[in-house]
Design a protein around this ligand. Structure first.
Ligand SMILES: Nc1ncnc2c1ncn2[C@@H]1O[C@H](COP(=O)(O)OP(=O)(O)OP(=O)(O)O)[C@@H](O)[C@H]1O
Ligand SMILES: [Mg+2]
Length: 230
């Protein structure tokens, strides 16, 4: 990384300390965690939400998630559009739908003081499909963790996301580590070892390089040393 790259949050303690800063002022903040496939964004977001809930209590909830992955187009729609072989690429998501959700998460209710209660979809690695309404985001939530690959993209509807996020982090990963994690994940998901390797080389790592090119747009770069989330 060069001199223009964002300041670094090194390790889980630094990440948690920064999240606490975002919780300090009144109101709601949207935090975006961007990064390539296999970087560990979903793992980090789960850990962050879990740790903050343990510190601050979860009733009523103060922290919730709205992952970009919930806006994967369904497999039937990808087949209809001839995109099934490129699942995970920028045009295989409903980017405008995600932007609309983030805009709603920022909008206050009719009284002007409370946020509307909303729900956000997630993505199931078991069924390989989006799951509507999986994350509840009641009006009490003051930090919404939004994680996904293309949060820092500036083309098409993706460009709407960055202005809707109060702060963005880029979770960096070594390409070799991401490759091993992704091959393992596709293998566990039912692909043969050679099909898993082929998919990762032709799809995931291409996306990884596109996404890595957006890293300098983030407010912070997150580095998680090996074993940090164990
Ligand atoms: N800090 C870490 N140390 C070791 N393994 C990790 C770490 N973070 C994630 N992993 C593992 O790497 C794999 C990918 O993690 P995860 O699903 O969180 O990545 P992701 O960035 O959300 O990927 P995608 O963009 O494809 O959704 C998982 O098997 C997870 O258990
Ligand atoms: Mg993920």
């Amino acid at each position: 990384m060069d001199a223009t790259s964002p300041p670094v949050l090194m390790g889980l303690a630094a990440v948690l300390a920064r999240a606490e800063v975002l919780l300090r002022p009144p109101g709601r903040r949207l935090l975006g965690i961007a990064g390539p496939p296999g970087a560990g964004k979903s793992t980090l977001a789960d850990r962050l939400v879990g740790e903050l809930a343990a510190r601050h209590g979860s009733r009523p909830p103060l922290v919730a998630q709205a992952p970009m992955d919930g806006f994967h187009l369904p497999n039937a729609e990808l087949r209809r559009r001839g995109l099934a072989g490129r699942k995970g690429a920028p045009d295989t998501f409903d980017a405008a739908g995600y932007a609309a959700l983030l805009a709603s998460l920022r909008a206050r209710g009719p009284a002007g003081r409370v946020f509307e209660g909303l729900a956000a979809p997630s993505f199931s690695r078991r069924t390989d499909e989006p799951v509507p309404g999986a994350h509840r985001i009641p009006p009490t939530v003051r930090l919404v963790v939004c994680e996904g690959n293309y949060l820092l993209f500036d083309s098409g509807a993706w460009a709407q996301l960055r202005p809707l996020l109060d702060e963005t982090w880029f979770l960096r990963v070594d390409e070799e580590i991401a490759r091993a994690r992704l091959i393992d994940r596709h293998h566990r998901g039912g692909r043969s070892p050679s099909a898993a390797r082929e998919w990762v080389e032709n799809n995931d790592l291409r996306n990884l390089r596109l996404i890595t090119a957006t890293a300098a747009r983030a407010d912070y770069r997150v580095e998680l040393p090996a074993g940090e989330l164990d």
